[in-house]
Design a protein around this ligand. Structure first.
Ligand code: HEC
Length: 350
């Protein structure tokens, strides 16, 4: 009888302990990183600080260019030797990381400075007066060489021009249409549904007229270039004399922001080349800013709508978040206020 009681009690104790015992170091028992959690945290903190100091020392005083030069040389000689040997067996070996590509601003283009564009603020739309002036600059200067195939006159309505103005702008150009009843193509004045007129009929004609270089379509140029607005603005005004020792081929122009430094487009923005109807000063930097804003809108026509939607989304989700926090507390309240108690049975019950 006694043995049976002892057995069941042990079994019950075992069951209880294996289910409920919290896993934790006793303060006297040594863990792998110290006696308890606090000691382990101290150990890791010291280890991190020591590695940072040692790493800093190695990178600053051991791995200097002077000291590493013989190592680089040895590695490069060994890899050249290896390539030569491999070639004897007819294998073209490519060994990565042994060729040094020096970074130079001439190859990659000078990084443009950041300009405080109005529309960069999360609360602001485009400056639409600037888009309107920028369209004028595009029309009077850039459109001589650059197409904008994806911008239609109807896109300007409500953005930079009224419907009547956009219709009048379109009607300034003749577009081919047809065929008519006799099967002939004919010319008609432009309509809102027409795209910006093309300066050249095709890419070949554009290249022929620009010394072999192709003036890219400007519809998405802001989106298509690293640096976006900053790059376009810096490029338009960045022309200067080439530094000593840099020779620019006939027909190319020096511009440090253009990768490679030699661009086929000549400077086209000068003070007062466009007369603004709204009395804005028409110096070169103003013209460049306006045309860049226009090109930015052309690349991101959904920009204003997107920000408006974003603000609405934030406002509505903030409300929903508040509601869901309230709902969660309501739903969980009886779980949170419940108390689970373990009450061992009496020996007699067994
Ligand atoms: C006389 C013709 C001509 C005019 C006018 C002109 N461009 Fe260009 N543009 C070119 C050519 C040609 C290229 C190609 C340059 C190259 O690849 O070297 C080019 C290239 C560009 C590029 C691309 C640069 C890059 O990173 O690839 C941009 C942006 C540009 N032009 C903007 C403008 C703007 C804005 C205007 C109006 C203010 C304008 N261009 C006026 C001929 C012109």
């Amino acid at each position: 009888m006694l043995s049976k009681v002892a057995y069941t009690t042990t079994a019950r104790a075992f069951r209880a302990s294996s289910t409920f015992r919290p896993v934790r170091f006793a303060s006297t028992q040594a863990g792998p990183f110290g006696a308890n959690r606090k000691a382990a945290m101290m150990w890791f903190t010291k280890a991190a600080a020591a590695s940072a100091i040692v790493g800093y020392g190695i990178s600053n005083y051991v791995l200097t260019d002077d000291r590493m030069a013989p190592v680089y040389k040895a590695v490069s000689e060994a890899s050249t030797e290896l390539k030569k040997k491999a070639k004897e067996f007819g294998i073209e070996l490519e060994i990565p990381f042994t060729v040094a590509h020096a970074f130079s601003t001439a190859d990659h283009g000078l990084h443009p400075p950041h300009y405080p564009w109005d529309h960069y603020s999360p609360w602001k739309s485009y400056d639409h007066a600037s888009i309107r002036r920028g369209f004028q600059v595009y029309k009077e200067v850039c459109s001589a060489c650059h197409s904008m195939d994806y911008i239609y006159y109807r896109n300007l309505v409500g953005v930079s021009h009224t419907e009547a103005e956009a219709k009048a702008l379109a009607a300034e150009y003749e577009y081919e249409d047809g065929p008519d009843d006799s099967g002939q193509m004919f010319m008609r004045p432009g309509k809102l549904t027409d795209a910006m007129p093309k300066p050249y009929p095709n890419e070949e004609a554009a290249r022929a007229a620009n010394g072999g270089a192709y003036p890219p379509d400007l519809s998405c140029i802001v989106r298509a270039r690293h640096g976006e607005e900053d790059y376009i603005f810096a490029l338009l005004l960045g022309y200067c004399d080439p530094p000593a020792g840099v020779n620019i081929r006939e027909g190319l122009h020096y511009n440090p922001y253009f990768p490679g430094g030699a661009i086929a487009m000549a400077r086209s923005i000068f003070d007062e080349v466009v007369d603004y109807e709204d009395g804005t000063p028409n110096n070169a930097s103003q013209l460049a800013k306006d045309v860049t804003t226009f090109l930015s809108w052309a690349s991101y026509p959904e920009h204003d709508e997107r920000k408006k939607m974003g603000l609405k989304t934030l406002a509505i989700s903030a409300m929903l978040l508040g509601l869901s926090v309230w709902w969660k507390r309501f739903k969980w309240s009886y779980v949170k206020s419940k108390k689970i108690v373990y009450r061992p049975g009496k020996f007699d019950e067994v």
